[in-house]
Write a protein that binds this ligand. Structure first.
Ligand SMILES: *[C@@H]1O[C@H](CO)[C@@H](O)[C@H](O)[C@H]1NC(C)=O
Ligand SMILES: *[C@@H]1O[C@H](CO)[C@@H](O)[C@H](O)[C@H]1NC(C)=O
Ligand SMILES: *[C@@H]1O[C@H](CO)[C@@H](O)[C@H](O)[C@H]1NC(C)=O
Ligand SMILES: *[C@@H]1O[C@H](CO)[C@@H](O)[C@H](O)[C@H]1NC(C)=O
Ligand SMILES: *[C@@H]1O[C@H](CO)[C@@H](O)[C@H](O)[C@H]1NC(C)=O
Length: 420
């Protein structure tokens, strides 16, 4: 028996390890699911407008309480601001899974569920909890714990159940909560530089302030999605001699290289292993890229020259994220790829095309151009070097390494089984 359970434990370790190495599949797309039900189109629209949809998509084990278009009309008649609407709708996303069946089997007839409003940072005390009561004769009601005396909403029907990922239940009316409906100061555009300056990235913020056109392009992406990797003060200070050496165009490209025009939460960073196009990439997205990898809890950004670790999160609020990193990211378009890195590069797989050497030479050419003071070319160097190919190669290598790691884990676990 003991032997059996240790074998079982070892197998579970193998499964868990293998699963953690696979990119997490997106479990659901709430926008798409609700689109099949036109009676919830207003609710669906506001889930997207408040960016709650992506928050819902990246979570598992949740229950969404929806109201039909007339229920939403009552809410919209209150003329709440978008950030306040977000709080009210967040109160309708329970962080537990309730299918219709479970609703009618609530132990003791009543329970309480947390919501994502509760964990939003806007809720105080017990705000953000929902009381669910299973009355006699199958009637189930929902009321915010701090409803301020408002009458409960009634369960109408189950719209969609994907156990135990997401359940969508229709309720009769919007849940009322003075806390959720309290006016939220519209989070005006995030002041990126102020945020960075307050949290250990003052030197980088100062570089942005000294380069207004770059700061402007960062800011113009705040609404649609922006992820910034901001080197800490120590990193910027160590890099300062190299920075001063760059031309104005080089400085601009270097700063832009630290931002990606897409919102990446830490989870999304872990599951999208690049190559990432940056604000410095040209229209064809072939240059100024890097790969993002995760190793356990550490997320690293790898250019051809440096590997930086994310050391903290300054802000993660869809659609914006700012992470602190411990090195300035050096693109190979501006800096020479050190010989050591080339020498240490993993041996090319047998099938690798023999053009590796040529592309190294091309890199030197690009680096030399940059050192001469001219901005590095923003278009691919020529037919003999396609940076996109190179990035693909890097991604392939990363994939190979991941597979190798998976096999190592499997082998180790198999050995453990033998010894058990
Ligand atoms: C979800 O579905 C909608 C509508 O079909 C689509 O526009 C959107 O891109 C999808 N989102 C994701 C993250 O796949
Ligand atoms: C919700 O449940 C809690 C605990 O059972 C109770 O103290 C509270 O009064 C309930 N709130 C409402 C509005 O029903
Ligand atoms: C729940 O999500 C997982 C992926 O995270 C997926 O494999 C599974 O099929 C989903 N379950 C249902 C019922 O859709
Ligand atoms: C943002 O913060 C910077 C300080 O980092 C300040 O100079 C600037 O005026 C602020 N901008 C806005 C729009 O408040
Ligand atoms: C600055 O550029 C000069 C010549 O282009 C070079 O010799 C020097 O090493 C560079 N300094 C740094 C810190 O990169």
């Amino acid at each position: 028996m003991r032997r059996f359970s240790s074998v079982l434990a070892a197998s579970l370790v193998v499964l868990a390890a293998a699963a953690s190495l696979l990119p997490a599949a997106r479990a659901h797309n709430i926008t798409k699911i609700l689109a099949q039900h036109p009676e919830f189109s207003t609710f669906n629209h506001y889930l997207s407008a408040t960016h709650l949809a992506s928050e819902i998509n990246r979570r598992l084990t949740i229950t969404l309480l929806v109201v039909d278009n007339s229920g939403m009309a009552d809410l919209l008649a209150k003329h709440l601001s978008l950030p306040t609407l977000r709080n009210v709708l967040a109160l309708h996303v329970l962080t537990d899974y309730y299918g219709a069946k479970k609703l009618h089997q609530i132990t003791g007839g009543a329970t309480t569920s947390a919501t994502i409003f509760q964990s939003s940072g806007h809720a105080i005390g017990t705000a953000g909890f929902i009381n669910i009561t299973d009355h006699s004769r199958g009637k189930v009601t929902f009321v915010a714990r701090d409803s301020g005396g408002a009458s409960p909403a009634t369960f109408v029907k189950s719209v969609k159940e994907m156990p135990y990922n997401i359940s969508i239940l229709q309720i009769s009316t919007i849940l009322s909560s003075p806390e959720a409906e309290a006016p939220v100061a519209a989070p005006g555009p995030v002041n990126l530089t102020a945020l960075m300056a307050n949290k250990g990235c003052k030197a980088f913020a100062d570089l942005l302030l000294a380069t207004p056109d770059v700061l402007k392009s960062f800011q113009s992406n705040l609404d649609s999605g922006l992820t910034v990797f901001c080197p800490d003060d120590e990193a910027v200070s160590a890099f300062s001699p190299k920075y001063t050496n760059l031309t104005a165009a080089g400085k601009s490209s270097l700063l832009r290289y630290h931002a990606v025009p897409v919102y990446y939460s830490p989870q999304l960073l872990k599951t999208n292993n690049g190559p990432f196009s940056t604000l410095a990439s040209d229209a064809h997205n072939k240059n100024y890229k890097y790969t993002v990898k995760s190793d356990g809890d550490v997320i690293t950004i790898k250019t051809h020259i440096v590997t930086a670790d994310i050391t903290s999160t300054l802000i993660d609020q869809d659609p914006n994220a700012v992470y602190v990193i411990d090195k300035v990211l050096e693109p190979r378009e501006l800096f020479k790829v050190p010989e050591k890195v080339i020498a240490d590069a993993p041996a090319p797989a047998p099938a690798a095309p023999p053009k590796k050497k040529k592309s190294t030479a091309a890199k030197h050419k690009a680096a030399a151009t940059a050192a001469n003071g001219a901005p590095a070319p923003t278009t691919p160097a020529g037919p003999e070097e396609s940076p996109a190919d190179d990035d693909t190669a890097a991604a392939d290598n990363a994939a190979l390494r991941t597979t190798a790691a998976a096999w190592t884990v499997l082998a180790a676990a198999a050995a453990a089984l033998f010894l058990a």
